[in-house]
Design a protein around this ligand. Structure first.
Ligand code: SF4
Length: 323
């Protein structure tokens, strides 16, 4: 039986952090045996907010590709490529943009939120979800692994597929969201881990840097001294223990009773986290020392992606009577 198709993507922000690893990459790696994965580095999307700052885009793409591979994505199993290397995304985006009324785009929650928050008001930013629909439908993807916040974008993609099919014939499937439950990874200040908050722990940093960040991490503010009773359920350090410390449950009672101090608790987390990251760091080092290999992976991934994208565009042009 032919494998179902998945499209997943991330904007190139440079080196990825634990939030990206636990929230997306590990899931993608687990899907690559059973699905035909297309793992895209969506560089055009990043221009919606970073269009004045493109000088380091190539380096960011490179670092992201290194992290994809270091986390375990296998280029033999999935196409890893850069969006701008498959120009068919742009062509399909243009055609789709004729089908979507502007008020529909203005109602997309992320547009309303980020427009205010980031002061973005460009034509490209408004059309972002249409480009995303093209990214997905150009591969006639069946599933898109997303978090809850991306559901409105998938719904719009399905609407566009339906509208296109009703006008020109059945070309596109209606892709489904592959919702994954993953823990929200706290940053060192206790807020959600994010590069923009400058609270992240990257996958590739040294064990010393990681340890130093963990030792500075925010904890339960009610536990000041070792003997104080702590509340692990309110402590971001404990949240990370739940991922990286196999017998983390044993820490709960001793934190609560005051037997365990925060310094000792953080040292244990740093040890376990460094152990978990060690193989990823080792792979990263090898890849960084051999950049040609990384660019080759991206080129052969783009070749595979282009083949499929061109087939879709052939069908689209035929259906629309464009030659
Ligand atoms: S002992 Fe550990 S879990 Fe308890 S408050 Fe301190 S850092 Fe958090």
């Amino acid at each position: 039986m032919e494998k179902k198709i998945i499209l997943s993507g991330m904007q190139p922000t440079g080196k990825l952090h634990l939030g990206n690893l636990e929230g997306a990459l590990k899931n993608w790696v687990s899907l690559q045996d059973d699905y035909l994965m297309h793992c895209c580095i969506v560089d055009w999307h990043s221009l919606t907010s970073e269009y004045t700052n493109t000088g380091d885009l190539k380096e960011k793409v490179f670092q992201m590709a290194v992290d994809y591979l270091a986390a375990g994505l296998d280029p033999k199993k999935c196409a890893i490529f850069v969006q701008s290397q498959v120009k068919e995304h742009a062509e399909l985006h243009l055609l789709f943009s004729m089908l979507v009324p502007i008020p529909r785009l203005a109602r997309v929650p992320s547009y309303k939120e980020k427009r205010k928050e980031l002061g973005l008001d460009s034509y490209g930013f408004l059309g972002y979800p249409v480009l995303q629909a093209a990214d997905i439908l150009i591969y006639r993807a069946n599933y898109v692994p997303v978090g809850q916040d991306q559901l409105p974008h998938i719904e719009l993609t399905r609407e566009i597929a339906r509208k296109f099919n009703s006008l020109y014939g059945e070309i596109f499937p209606e892709p489904e969201a592959k919702l994954t439950k993953f823990p929200v990874i706290p940053g060192i200040d206790g807020r959600k881990m994010s590069k923009s908050y400058n609270n992240d722990i990257t996958m590739g940093e040294s064990s010393e840097q990681t340890t130093s960040k963990i030792m500075r991490m925010y904890t339960d503010p009610k536990k000041i001294y070792k003997g104080d009773s702590g509340h692990p359920e309110e402590c971001p350090v404990y949240l990370l223990h739940q991922i990286y410390t196999p017998d983390y449950k044993n820490l709960y009672p001793v934190c609560h009773s005051g037997e365990l101090g925060c310094v000792e608790c953080k040292k244990l987390l740093a040890k376990n986290l460094n152990k978990a990251l060690e193989p990823i760091r080792a792979k990263r080092k090898k890849l960084e020392a051999n950049p040609e290999r990384v660019w080759d992976v991206l080129e052969s991934g783009a070749k595979r992606a282009r083949k499929r994208a061109r087939e879709t565009m052939g069908d689209v042009r035929n259906a629309m009577g464009i030659f």
